[in-house]
Design a protein around this ligand. Structure first.
Ligand SMILES: [Zn+2]
Length: 197
């Protein structure tokens, strides 16, 4: 007799063995462990980190300063807003487009790496961190809306404009890939005996 939970809806089943079956509640295929889950999620996280670098180094905005239009990266944009005295907008953009994506990626990376090397953190802490990432995942799309709304409002003043291009595309990919990486990860692996610290 074994106990197995659905990765998708957490319903727990009592079964004779680990053969695959469909979850009665959500229709998800229940397996002992999702195959290659760390490899897939780790690959997605590393890709996201590289794309994040692209999103940071390529110009994302067009800022008009003293009547002169100039292209700027997200970070230069934040600095410009600070210079204009628009601290609120600077903080929102800095948090939504730099802090949140970076924290998400680094925490996921930390969880994956901690499955291989010894860390002073308990499995419970890792699981809490993972749920924290899932929670900000739900809000990260809202951050994009906030930035878009601010951009359209400020655009009326002709000071600031979101430029499309490499940086914006890379940034959108970072958000989507990070969400997939978190979603694909089978958290039950954290508890596996052979990987235990
Ligand atoms: Zn289910």
């Amino acid at each position: 007799m074994i106990l197995i939970s659905c990765k998708n809806c957490q319903k727990v089943y009592t079964k004779e063995d680990y053969s695959e079956f469909k979850c009665e509640r959500c229709g998800h295929t229940v397996r002992r462990r999702v195959k290659n889950t760390i490899q897939t999620s780790l690959a997605l996280v590393i890709t996201s980190l590289l794309l994040f670098v692209l999103a940071m180094i390529y110009p994302m905005m067009e800022i008009t300063e003293f009547g002169i239009k100039k292209e700027s990266t997200i970070f230069q944009g934040v600095i410009s807003f600070i210079n204009y005295g628009d601290y609120f907008i600077a903080i929102v953009i800095f948090t939504a487009s730099i802090i949140i994506p970076l924290v998400k990626l680094l925490v996921l990376l930390f969880i994956f790496v901690s499955l291989w090397i010894k860390t002073p953190f308990s499995n419970k802490t890792k699981l809490k961190l993972y749920h924290f990432i899932e929670l900000i995942g739900k809000w990260s799309m809202i951050d994009i809306y906030v930035v878009a709304m601010l951009a359209s409002t400020i655009h009326l003043g002709e000071i600031f404009n979101i430029k499309g291009g490499v940086a914006a595309t890379a940034f959108a990919c970072v958000v989507v890939l990070t969400m997939i990486a978190a979603h694909k990860f089978d958290t039950r692996i954290i508890w596996d005996e052979r990987r235990k610290n």
